[in-house]
Each structure stands twice: as structure tokens, then as C-alpha cells.
Design a protein around this ligand. Structure first.
Ligand code: ZN
Length: 306
């Protein structure tokens, strides 16, 4: 028997109950509720069995929402802002409803949420000091790295005051973001795809720069900026690509119409003319400049003149 058949059956029974006698209204409502529950199960939607009595299949977003609301009502009944919840949209994370708090204060609730997650509910307990939410869409993004390769999926908006996520930037303010990036060589994109930039009329210069602790990883955005300005290119931006434990790679982008001799650019990059001081050399010099440790009295070799 399919769910549709069961639903139709319950609906028919509800109709009959109602037709038979007005006093059967209660039975009719219960039968309709059961029909609704089956329909909801099929469509994974929330259902109601009365004004204040919601029931949800546990593995739905609605269940996660309702549970998050109830948990917050328990932990923070006066809504002091100690606990919050919103949709997680961080790349690489399940799109759960995140409940954000300092869980050291509520370990029991953290465990309850973890248990719900294990049971298939799309909910998770997250630390409130590691996340931010987007001013436009309200979705949650990490503000603290969770791995060496992590990069930020948001920025502070054109006025440096509101958190705007990657999605909202793409949808509503890509031009403002690119403008903001191109205003300073101390800024670099961390979340756009190459496609986004290409579609917006930018081209990547054919070179990947490296910055880090290893020898030769000393590409300097300030020197690259100076080089570009010398070629008459006023508009350019930097984009961070790969990030490792001790280093990262970045690329340089210019508007499509910018006239650059890419061969010359590459040659100068290869010759290190866009490099700052070499980090490995600096480390060597720094170590050399450390004065030798004085030998302690105890450790001094005795020299006896014959
Ligand atoms: Zn957003």
C-alpha cells in the first residue's frame, strides 16, 4: 500500500466522520492529522496536529529548527543572546542548523545536540566564538581556521563594518568587492572562483607567487603592485589560492583590457624582482647575529700553563 493510498483513505474517513455527526469533528481532525503526517513523511515537510503541537520527521530541516528553538528556550529562556542558531553555509560542512554557544557552560546540551545529530537530525553544536553570521542572508560561516588549508568565506563589506558572505557577494555586490580588493595591495580575495573573476571581466597573469617560510617564498604584493604601476596598470587585485601550514600561493589579476607584456611580467617574477627579502636567508642572518653563548664557569676547560 502506498502512502498516497493511506492518505486518501484517512481523508475519506475524516470526511465520513464529519458528515456523520458534528460531534465526530475531533475524530475527523485526528484522521486529517494522520493523513498530513503521512504526506509530510513523503515530502519531508513539517506537519501539524493542532495549533501548538508540531510534529516533524527527525531528519528534516524543520525538525532541526524546532529543536534548536526548544533547546534555546531551555538554556536561555530570557533570550540574553547566550545561545543562537542559524543555517551553516561554510564550504565543506553539512548544511545543518548550527546551535552556537560556549558549550563549556552547557555540556549536557552539547551532548544532547550531538546525539540528535547522530540520530540523523541536521543539527550541530558549534562554538559561538568560532563563527560569524552574514549580515545579508543570516547564514553562519567560520571565523576561525579549522585546518591549515582554511580560507575565509566572507569579508567585512564595502564599509568595513558588516559581514558579507561569499554567496551574497556573488549575488549582490561583486563589483563593490572587486573594487574594494583593487584599492589596496594589502587585500586579497579568499573565496571567489577563477570563473567569477573571468566572468566579471578580469584576467589572471600567468604566474603563481608564493609567500611563506621556505627559501624563495618571498613574493611581495607591494613590489608586484609597484611593478604593475610602473607598467601603467593602475587596477589589479590579488587572489589567494592554496594555503599550507607554512606558506600560501597567490595570483594577480588585471582587467581584461589591461595591456601587459606577460613575458616581461613572468621574466621579472622569475628573476625575483617582485620578491621581498628571502625568508630562509633572513632566518640564517638572524641566527648568525645571535651572540655566542658565554661558556659557564662550570663548563670552562681548565688550562694550566706549564
Ligand atoms: Zn550571505
Amino acid at each position: 500500500m502506498t502512502i498516497d493510498t493511506v492518505v486518501a483513505e484517512y481523508k475519506a474517513m475524516a470526511n465520513n466522520a464529519r458528515l456523520f455527526d458534528r460531534r465526530n469533528e475531533f475524530i475527523a481532525v485526528m484522521l486529517e492529522a494522520e493523513a498530513a503526517r503521512f504526506e509530510a513523511l513523503k515530502q519531508r515537510k513539517p506537519i501539524t496536529t493542532g495549533a501548538n503541537n508540531w510534529k516533524f520527521p527527525l531528519d528534516t530541516e524543520y525538525a532541526a529548527h524546532a529543536l534548536a528553538e526548544r533547546i534555546i528556550a531551555k538554556i536561555d529562556p530570557d533570550r540574553q543572546g547566550d545561545v543562537n542558531f542559524c543555517q551553516i553555509a561554510e564550504p565543506g560542512y553539512d548544511p545543518n542548523i548550527g546551535v552556537f554557544a560556549n558549550w563549556n557552560k552547557y555540556p549536557k546540551w552539547a551532548r544532547a545536540i550531538e546525539k540528535l545529530e547522530r540520530l540523523g537530525c541536521p543539527i550541530s553544536a558549534e562554538w559561538s566564538d568560532e563563527w560569524v553570521d552574514c549580515h545579508e542572508c543570516g547564514n553562519a560561516y567560520r571565523s576561525q581556521p579549522d585546518s591549515y588549508g582554511w580560507t575565509k568565506s566572507w569579508w567585512f563589506g564595502p564599509y568595513d563594518c558588516e559581514i558579507i558572505c561569499a554567496d551574497c557577494t556573488r549575488k549582490h555586490m561583486l563589483d563593490e568587492y572587486l573594487e574594494w580588493l583593487s584599492e589596496s595591495h594589502e587585500r586579497a580575495d579568499t573565496f571567489l572562483d577563477d570563473r567569477d573573476l573571468e566572468d566579471a571581466g578580469w584576467k589572471q597573469l600567468d604566474y603563481t607567487f608564493e609567500n611563506g617560510l621556505y627559501g624563495g617564498q618571498s613574493a611581495s604584493p607591494a613590489k608586484i603592485a609597484a611593478w604593475l604601476r610602473k607598467q601603467g596598470v593602475e587596477k589589479f587585485l590579488f587572489k589567494i589560492g592554496t594555503v599550507g601550514q607554512f606558506d600560501m600561493g597567490f595570483t594577480v589579476w588585471v582587467p581584461d583590457e589591461a595591456d601587459i607584456d606577460e613575458h616581461y611580467f613572468k621574466t621579472d617574477a622569475d628573476w625575483g624582482r617582485m620578491n621581498g627579502p628571502d625568508p630562509a636567508e633572513m632566518a640564517k642572518k638572524a641566527l648568525k647575529s645571535v651572540p655566542p653563548m658565554p661558556v659557564s664557569e662550570v663548563g670552562k676547560a681548565q688550562y694550566v700553563k706549564e
